[in-house]
Design a protein around this ligand. Structure first.
Ligand SMILES: C[S@@+](CC[C@H](N)C(=O)[O-])C[C@H]1O[C@@H](n2cnc3c(N)ncnc32)[C@H](O)[C@@H]1O
Length: 266
């Protein structure tokens, strides 16, 4: 199908606004192309593209992130307890990591039990989750590869990884069009499938197939971003079972009060 001649203008208009200036251009292009096919005018398609980006990404940030300040605070907090308190305070700025803070002490300890040593982690659609690294029982010298769609977030995380003494990469990529193919001991796909399926209804099964990891930890939120309990645990458990029906993978549910978690071993 030939490209809509208005697509460059749409991408430029969406990326003009402060909120979406740093979103990976390839994702804006993909959403924009689909919206141009469905909408009557360029303006409507621009608005619909921004709405979609809000639903899958913008919605989760509480206010505008101040990455420079956050880096200064991490740098200053050299004592272990102070550093963890600082990282918790920063993670509270993203709804997904904020919801996990009450279970953070046990979350990674339980997820990684029985699959040690974990020498490499791939964190897909990561948000601020790489800041949980001090809570992850990884092998000495483990590497971390984080991916999300914001260029400025990934620049911040690249610097944060260095401050936390972890070797790794943080890259701005659309995981649907360009999922990392590198091998990892564990891939984290935390609360990401519902967002990715808003971009492409087949995203859940294709990303689970594509990931090249010994274990994949897949999770789902159990409350709306506003905090309401609308039966999401049952809905997403059914969705996950539909996605993995017929796959000969070992699947282990890991019970948490605040998150629906499954560990998949391919
Ligand atoms: C619900 S949040 C989960 C964040 C993190 N995994 C966690 O649980 O703390 C969904 C994340 O997916 C990211 N995202 C949405 N679409 C994406 C895409 N196509 N490629 C990569 N990341 C994406 C958003 O920016 C957002 O950070």
């Amino acid at each position: 199908m030939s490209e809509d001649p208005r697509l460059d203008a749409l991408v430029a208009q969406v990326r003009q606004g402060r909120k979406y200036r740093t979103v990976a251009g390839s994702l804006v292009r993909r959403i924009g192309a689909a919206e141009l096919r469905k909408r009557a005018s360029l303006n409507e398609a621009v608005k619909a593209t921004k709405n979609k980006l809000h639903q899958v990404a913008g919605l989760y940030f509480a206010g505008r992130p101040d990455y420079d300040d956050w880096l200064r605070r991490i740098t200053r907090a050299t004592v272990e307890d102070a550093r963890r308190a600082t990282l918790r305070a920063i993670m509270a700025h993203h709804a997904s990591t904020r919801e996990r803070l009450p279970i953070l002490e046990s979350f990674y300890a339980r997820i990684f039990t029985g699959i040690e040593p974990v020498r490499s982690v791939l964190d897909l659609a990561c948000g601020l989750n790489p800041l949980s690294l001090p809570w992850m029982p990884l092998a000495a010298g483990a590497t971390y590869h984080a991916v999300d769609i914001y260029e400025d977030l990934m620049d911040f995380l690249q610097r944060a990884l260095a401050l936390l003494g972890v070797a790794g990469r943080a890259e701005a990529r659309d995981v649907l069009a360009d999922s990392p193919a590198d091998e990892a001991d564990v891939a984290l796909l935390l609360k990401a499938i519902p967002c990715l399926e808003q971009l492409d209804p087949t995203a859940g099964s294709s990303i689970l197939d594509t990931i090249n990891a010994r274990h994949i930890v897949v999770s789902f939120p159990i409350r709306t971003v506003g905090g309401s309990d609308v039966g999401m645990r049952q809905t997403y458990a059914a969705r996950f079972h539909a996605l993995t029906a017929g796959c000969r993978w070992h699947i282990e549910p890991i019970e948490f009060a605040d998150e629906l978690v499954f560990r998949v071993t391919k």
